[in-house]
Design a protein around this ligand. Sequence first.
Ligand SMILES: *Cc1c(COP(=O)(O)O)cnc(C)c1O
Length: 379
Amino acid sequence: MCSQKNRKKVAIETLLAQAGNHNDGDSRNSVSTPIYLSSNFRHRDLEEIETFDEKTQYAYSRLATPTRRVLETTLAKLEEGKHAFALTSGMAAIQLVFSLFKSGDHIISLDDLYGGTFRYFDYLEKQYGLTFSKWNGQEIAQLEALVQPQTRCIWIETPSNPTMKEVDIAQIAQTIHEKRPDILIAVDNTFYTPIYQKPLVLGADIVVHSATKYLSGHNDLLGGVVVAKDDEVGEELSFNFKTTGANLDPFDSWLLLRSLKTLPIRMRAHTENAQKVAQYLEDEPAVEKVLYPGKGGMISFYVKEHEKVAPLFKRLQIISFAESLGGVESLLTIPYLQTHPDMPEAERLRLGITENLLRLSVGLENATDLIADLKQAFA
Ligand SMILES: *Cc1c(COP(=O)(O)O)cnc(C)c1O
């Protein structure tokens, strides 16, 4: 947990490149933040305990570690929120947000979600008595009609996974908050990252990330992030976070902090590559339809003939047939079987998650090589 300090606002590239440098003297002026592998911290005397401030001091690593604090301070600034939390996975981050709700509360979510989020919501409904309504992301009036007195949260993923639907966060936040400022607007910002979209600035209350994806960006760690816009929600999350304890360990905190430094340059390179690959897929005769929102590194596409899918996976030489996304290595997945099998078949098909839909996470290899790899695999 961390609180945002009041420092002069700089551009995102500067903020991230300098993350952890010029910090408050914890680290003997090292330019790179050290990893503190300590589960606990010594106290000077009894007086220190009596005046202990969780926001600036250390006692026990579930509460705070110096490395995670630098990371969380950076994340809060990055999403322009007040409180940030670094957790062990994206799902742990989503679970932390849901620690705000209780049995009987009503949640409205977009219908097309990450498969694990869908599974978690299903579990909450069955085991914990939360109720959910699904919105297709089209008419804002339909969203308003779903609001009930017990509605506590609207859960948005944009662009959605895997069908790349986009919704207007600002319009949703404005419309809902006008009548119901108590309803929390929560956005899973994993796909676009704050480089392309800052949900809190657009009016949302909470942002979550699977930091496993673009924020870490190297296919080498699992992590999750929650950022809250204001103190009230932030303080409650902070209490729940230290009470439940899915906090990111010092080594992964360091890795994630290191990765954030190159996030802006990586996102631009992912977009450049993805635009080229999407253009090739548009022209590829074996491809029926391409779903690409124009920015970011994620492309979904339909293969015309199902018989072509298995050979495609088998023949790829550079792109890996693997789950996950957002890293430097390009990955191809089949959501129908890999990320969304827990969604009922009828629901998958209704959303367009068919056996012919593939999802490509375009990495940072040379685009010409990626296109050649796909071309030879389709041939
Ligand atoms: C991967 C992912 C998650 C879950 O994150 P984990 O780090 O795998 O737990 C949540 N939302 C989206 C959009 C994802 O892609």
